[in-house]
Design a protein around this ligand. Structure first.
Ligand code: GLC
Length: 693
């Protein structure tokens, strides 16, 4: 059951699709106070209460115990003290002995969450602007709450199947030749590969929808050649449009009045990669149609996937913020700066980027109103994603295209996925990647993953290898790194064969992962869930923060510590450990419920399959289209007959129905031996373990 409570004059954020009447009774679970425009929602917490949700945020899966903030920011330092990152996903789930409910704050502006920080036993959530709809969702389980929530906000985006392949990326690939070399190095070593991202250096002077004519003289030929090699190019598109007379996107935007404007009616100018730039007013439908239509330029050259970036929007500076900083610095010139003065001077320039004041300097047109940006700040990236997604549909509505964005808001989950932003080559960020997966899934973002190996800083061989061992399970499996960091392509390392073997596991699991992803998307479910969702009565499972459920049959528990040769794992029920060294080389170890030390050497990827469930494995392949899903080996530990379903489709059509893609898989046990059948497939049951071990 979902109920809506209205505060102030909320705008339509585009997140919610189902229109519900506003309740006239007081909102349950929270006491509400108003204070100079803001609205706060408070409640007490019991000792055992847990709080899940908030999508892309730092810290654990259970969010209780800290301060969070919905305010989309370009901040590459994902430390524990950060309240938020690039996205605002205002869904919380409260679970305890006395309560079970979800609450969604549909508010496009700043929202702060004190989840047991000021007092461990209380929560205070504040909408700074006070204009919002709050939805209370009551169902019988955490999983059901998320399912009902998806019914409210709509079905998750469906990527093409090739987007589940391994993707190589690096900020710095600057020429046709370089891209070809990256692909060749993978193919020569038989390291599987399906995509190469093109970061900003492919553009002509960082101008959206252009490419450098010298370095990429024939983009069509490049995409064709890549296609022949089963590789897709995935160019980046940034939110800011370079200010340059003669650049048609800039000229058109100015002529048509498509950019956000200041109070004086002049277009707002902020700096990003190309220097001074304008920012399309993505909140307007006509602007979305215009910008979304521009992707066709690259699609006409054979491009089938994009990543949208810098769409918080990131601002390195504005004319105004820079002028103010210089003025302040001039005022301090020549002075003998003591401790306060010295800090003031450094903070003056440090604070120029993504400055709160800049977000109050420009306006959007919403209907016939001018709305100051800070009131709707968290919608900007989502509306850019929507512009692209709608553009793709107009371009070819029969086909799925890859799209993932840095900034997002709930609602954008219908148009694209997200990557988890500029993480660092830290072991802690490998763990954070794991913990964000279920939180993002709760909010509808199923197609997601983090920069494997870490974006900033220099990775190490073991960190990248361990990170790949998580990446083989995340829908977006992309190795990406920043310019001026250590080369991070798998083939650069002495242990490249181990990395290759790890990546082969992803391709062997592709029929399973794709099937589970599509079923989750088409049934409004989650691919990754906290253990608390599946084992709500198991106190230990509910507190487990470094293992997550994957699909309906598996649990993952990656190693995320340097020099570790295994880890502690808690099994809420009997499970079969599959200790992979490659797609074809693995041990099967039946394990009883309880606490275990699980050995996992640097080359080993553990996967746990629930007892009486089976997981299909394909033969290794070097690109997704070569994965033969018609011949599968089943892994599992079962006691009797098991039935399951496998979903598959052509991997590219936009119009898909669950019932058209499902095949029944049946496993029978006779005289202690398993045999299996699945229409249209050869299934090998010889690796299934039967009975008590
Ligand atoms: C931003 C993106 C990063 C990209 C860089 C250059 O920092 O988050 O992924 O490599 O910009 O485009």
């Amino acid at each position: 059951m979902i109920r809506r409570y209205k505060f102030g004059s909320p705008m339509d954020t585009g997140a919610v699709l189902r229109r519900l009447p506003a309740e006239s009774t007081p909102m349950p679970f929270f006491s509400v106070t108003r204070n100079e425009g803001s609205v706060s929602f408070a409640c007490a917490l019991d000792e055992d209460d847990q709080i899940f949700g908030l999508g892309e945020t730092v810290r654990g899966i259970n969010k209780r115990g800290h301060l969070y903030r919905s305010w989309n920011m370009d901040d590459f330092s994902h430390t524990e003290s950060k309240g938020g990152l690039y996205a605002s996903h205002n869904l919380l789930l409260f679970s305890g002995k006395k309560r079970l409910f979800g609450v969604y704050f549909d508010d496009p502006g700043e929202v702060t969450y004190d989840l047991g920080y000021t007092r461990m036993d209380s929560v205070a959530i504040t909408s700074v602007n006070g204009d919002l709809n709050v939805y209370i969702i009551e169902e019988s389980s955490l999983t059901e709450i998320c399912h009902a929530f998806r019914g409210l906000v709509g079905r998750s985006y469906l990527p093409p199947r090739w987007a589940f392949g391994y993707i190589q990326s690096r900020w710095g690939y600057a020429s046709d030749a370089e891209v070809r070399t990256v692909v060749k190095e993978h193919r020569d070593r038989h390291i599987p590969l399906d995509g190469v991202c093109m970061d900003i250096d492919y553009m002509d002077h960082f101008k959206d929808f252009t490419w450098n004519p010298e370095q990429f003289p024939d983009l069509h030929r490049l995409t064709d050649d890549m296609h022949d090699d089963h590789v897709r190019l995935i160019p980046i598109i940034d939110a800011g449009v370079k200010q340059e007379a003669g650049y048609d996107v800039c000229d058109e935007g100015l002529e048509q009045d498509y950019f956000v404007k200041k109070a004086d009616g002049k277009p707002f100018v902020g700096a990003v990669w190309p220097g001074r730039s304008y920012f399309p007013d993505f909140l307007r439908e006509d602007v979305r149609a215009w910008f979304g239509g521009k992707y066709a330029r690259l699609m006409d050259e054979g491009v089938e996937g994009f990543w949208n970036d810098m769409n918080e929007p990131a601002l390195f500076y504005s004319e105004e913020s820079l002028a103010e900083a210089f003025e302040k610095a001039d005022g301090l010139r020549g002075q003998n700066l003591g401790i306060d003065g010295a800090f003031e001077l450094t903070a003056t320039f440090g604070g120029v980027a993504n400055n709160a004041e800049d977000y109050r300097r420009f306006y959007h047109r919403v209907g016939d109103r001018q709305v100051r940006h800070d009131k709707v700040h968290n919608l900007y990236g989502a509306m850019m994603t929507r512009a692209a997604g709608e553009g793709f549909r107009r371009y070819d509505e029969s086909k799925r295209f890859l799209l993932f964005s840095r900034s997002s808001f709930i609602g954008a989950h219908r148009y694209g996925g997200v990557w988890q932003g500029d993480n660092t080559s830290w072991w802690g960020h490998l763990k954070l990647n794991l913990q964000m997966m279920p939180s993002l899934n709760m909010c509808g973002f199923l197609y997601t993953g983090a920069d494997l190996g870490g974006f900033s800083g220099n990775t190490t061989e073991d960190l990248l290898l361990r990170w790949m061992q998580l990446g083989v399970f995340t829908p977006l499996m992309r190795n990406h790194s920043a310019q001026h960091t250590r080369d991070q392509e798998a083939y650069r390392f002495s242990r490249w064969e181990d990395m290759r073997n790890t990546i082969t596991i992803r391709y062997a699991l592709l029929p399973y992962l794709y099937s589970e992803f599509m079923q989750a998307a088409l049934e409004d479910g989650m691919l990754f869930r906290p253990l608390a969702f599946d084992y709500p009565l198991d106190g230990m499972a509910c507190r487990t923060e470094d293992q997550v459920m994957l699909g309906s049959d598996c649990m993952i528990a990656p190693v995320y510590e340097q020099n570790a040769c295994g880890r502690h794992v808690y099994l809420p029920e009997d499970m079969l450990l599959v200790r992979f060294r490659s797609a074809q080389d693995y041990d099967l170890v039946p394990m009883k419920a309880g606490h275990h030390w699980v050995d996992a050497q640097l080359t080993e990827t553990p996967l746990f399959i629930r007892r009486n469930h089976v997981v299909p494995l394909a033969a290794p392949a070097e690109w997704t289209e070569a994965v033969d899903a018609s011949r599968l080996t089943l892994l599992g530990w079962i006691d009797g007959d098991v039935s399951a379903t496998i979903y598959d489709d052509d991997g590219i059509s936009a119009q898909v129905r669950l019932e058209d893609g499902l095949s029944a898989l049946t496993v029978r046990v006779q005289d202690g031996t398993a045999s299996a059948a699945c229409p249209g497939r050869e299934v090998d049951a010889s690796r299934i373990i039967v009975g008590e071990q």
